[in-house]
Design a protein around this ligand. Structure first.
Ligand SMILES: *Cc1c(COP(=O)(O)O)cnc(C)c1O
Length: 431
């Protein structure tokens, strides 16, 4: 059998032993069809699949690889840490250093607790918000993702400002009955929810620049209304910055919007590609956590010495002067180039970016909420996805995901990406 596709062979093997062949669902290419690429290695802006085909990587492990793959300073820090031991289950100086580095960059946080995944951080922030306020209800928005904790796997009920229904089997309705699911950027609904339930709301959790319904910004007015209503009703405003933290700018979405949340959830970039996440906020709230306070939270591998070495080295690099200016310019040139190419071929298209994060839409207006994002022409997106993949450009295999540019992407990589997209736009141009 000539040219056996090694990805197909791996996919068959994987499906025999791992549900769906993957350890996280979106990797399976279910939305776009076809065989997922099994990655052998990565370097800088590229990775290579099992057939040794090279791709320009625009997912960067879904955000963490902001420096590109295998940055020499980070690799050195990790190699050094590994030689000193993998894990102790006892505190280390490096955890203090990383905590200090995070607090210096995110002024709304006075204390931070390190954990191992964004899911864990968001789930713990939620428990802390409920424990600190003594309230049950929480607000989340349709299209925002905060990891897979039970109370957050929820979609809107019928009618305005009603409580949600589970989106996953295995989540009893009792567990989501305190979660209010509202439309993103809908101020009327937000006001109604607080008018009806304000005194029982522990927290409002939001991706202030959403990266899990492609790329959708909270409007300045909406973000401010979230802040004001939380303050007015004694609820905590929780910014889930697992994706946006150190990605849209050095001070996250809160820096971009100029809004101070009560709690912040971090992940992805702060681990530099290792399992590391965090949540934090004002001292008085954080001191409610065990061992000081009554809110329990723990982790065997929390603050892992190898992961903290990786995160710390990454944060030192991105805090260098000019880092985000250069990254933003690069991301903007990609977005502008794609827009120009689509316009030249008469394709409906729009795109937006902030720092090293971007989104594009096969429609003329930038969407304001999840329902609008999901009106995207699926077949058209899939054709674009596979067209790019064939040309060696790897974007997220689902239309509701954001994209990521790293410091390692060159002007030539960006130009090659725009040219690949232009060819696909041209081939499908309306006549
Ligand atoms: C990725 C993500 C999470 C979940 O993080 P994991 O490390 O995958 O558990 C939570 N919130 C947001 C906004 C994310 O993008």
């Amino acid at each position: 059998m000539p040219n056996a596709d090694q990805n197909d062979i791996f996919f068959d093997r994987a499906r025999a032993v791992i549900p769906g062949g993957v350890n996280s669902p979106v990797r399976a290419f279910k939305a776009v069809g076809g065989t997922p690429r099994f990655i052998r290695r990565a370097e800088g802006a590229y990775f290579w699949d099992a057939n040794d085909k090279r791709y320009i990587d625009y997912i960067g492990s879904w955000g963490p690889m902001i420096l590109g793959h295998g940055h020499p300073v980070v690799v050195e820090a990790v190699q050094k840490a590994v030689l000193e031991g993998f894990s102790y289950g006892a505190p280390t100086e490096r955890e203090i250093e990383l905590a200090e580095a995070i607090l210096a960059l995110v002024p709304s946080m006075e204390m931070v607790r390190l954990v191992s995944s964004g899911t864990e951080a968001a789930m713990s922030a939620l428990r802390l918000a409920r424990g600190a306020t003594g309230r049950k209800h929480i607000i989340k928005f349709e299209g925002c993702y905060h990891g897979h904790a039970d109370a957050l796997l929820v979609k809107a009920g019928s009618g305005l400002a009603t409580f949600g229904h589970p989106t996953s089997a295995g989540v009893p309705p009792e567990v989501t009955q305190h979660t209010l699911v509202l439309e993103y950027n809908n101020i009327t609904q937000l006001e109604e929810a607080f008018a009806l339930h304000g005194n029982d709301i522990a927290c409002l959790m939001i991706e202030a620049i959403a990266g899990n319904m492609n790329f959708v910004r909270a409007t300045a007015e909406f973000a401010k209304r979230c802040r004001d209503l939380c303050t007015q009703h004694g609820a905590l405003l929780v910014f889930d910055e697992v994706m946006t933290g150190f990605r849209v700018g050095l001070h996250g979405a809160q820096g971009v919007l100029g809004i101070t949340p009560d709690l912040t959830v971090l992940g992805k970039v702060i681990g530099g590609g290792m399992p590391l996440a965090a949540f934090g906020g004002p001292r008085a709230i954080m001191e409610q956590l065990a061992p000081l306070g009554p809110v329990y939270q723990a982790g065997t591998l929390s603050g892992n010495p190898v992961a903290t070495a990786c995160g710390l080295a990454t944060l030192k690099e991105i805090a260098k002067p000019g880092f985000y200016e250069a990254l933003s310019k690069k991301t903007q040139s990609l977005v502008e180039g794609l827009k120009t190419a689509a316009a030249a071929e008469g394709q409906p298209f729009n795109a937006d970016s902030e720092g090293g994060m971007f989104g594009f839409f096969l429609m003329n207006e930038l969407p304001q909420n999840y329902a609008t994002v999901m009106t995207t022409d699926n077949a058209k997106f899939n054709a674009l996805f596979h067209g790019l993949l064939n040309r060696g450009v790897y974007i997220a295999p689902a239309l509701y995901e954001a994209g990521f540019v790293s410091a390692a992407h060159s002007d030539d990589d960006i130009a090659a990406t725009i040219e690949a997209a232009r060819q696909i736009f041209k081939a499908s141009a309306p006549r």
